[in-house]
Design a protein around this ligand. Sequence first.
Ligand code: NAD
Length: 257
Amino acid sequence: MKTAVVTGSTSGIGLAIATAFAEGGANVVLNGLGDPAEIEKIRKRLAATGGGKVSYHPADMTKPAEIADMIETAAGEFGGVDILVNNAGIQHVEKIEDFPVEKWDQIIAINLSSSFHTIRAAIPGMKARGWGRIINIASAHGLVASPFKSAYVAAKHGIMGLTKAVALEVADQGITVNAICPGYVLTPLVEKQIPDTARARGITEAQVKSDVMLKFQPTKEFVSVDEVAAAAVYLASDAARSVTGTHISIDGGWTAQ
Ligand code: NAD
């Protein structure tokens, strides 16, 4: 039985990925912020699906010691971390000259550095077992930019580089490292940035959805969380053992332009 740790899995894409792994029979370690009673409901719901165990670790992705403890605890509880999904992420939309310094630091910590901390802690066990899957949830913004998202775009481009570097380091040890680059997915992260983008650009919230977000997504539809989860399940499978150091775009054609 495989064990998957999914950071930021109390909501949105991470929750869909954790659900898919639980349904597939893996042990799952949930992580993320939120109301403890709600998180416990999610944990119980997932534990009832696929026969694996589901636990929750509250590590804050800005705290390296808590991240190390999450991987150590998962390894202690389940005998090792086979699948690591680095998904936790936040966004902030603001002109560069008004961008709060503490927001920059927080976004770089959560969206980029946390993956360094999880990976460095999980890799020794994967090497020892000769099998591992690391899946970094990047973004179309790991490949191209949009204005007013300097920290997010910088962090997501950074995670693409980290993905490739680590993939090369462990390529001959049964461990693959890949990124998934979704376009716009209608999750709480995206819903929260609609008013800020409207303010930054001086347009209505409806115009943000149609003229900003879906403007670059030729399908004119938001991506669903289940599509991203299905790609994660594929990357974690033995069928994807030669897929490493690369990314899967799920962006409705955005980055083909
Ligand atoms: P979301 O807001 O629904 O979920 C984010 C998750 O991260 C939550 O579980 C939250 O609790 C957790 N989190 C936030 N700060 C944390 C911290 N300090 N420590 C631990 N956990 C923390 O967002 P989402 O849209 O599901 O985003 C998930 C990932 O997908 C992010 O990395 C995001 O950049 C990426 N992504 C999202 C979209 C999109 O359109 N929604 C597109 C491309 C990439």
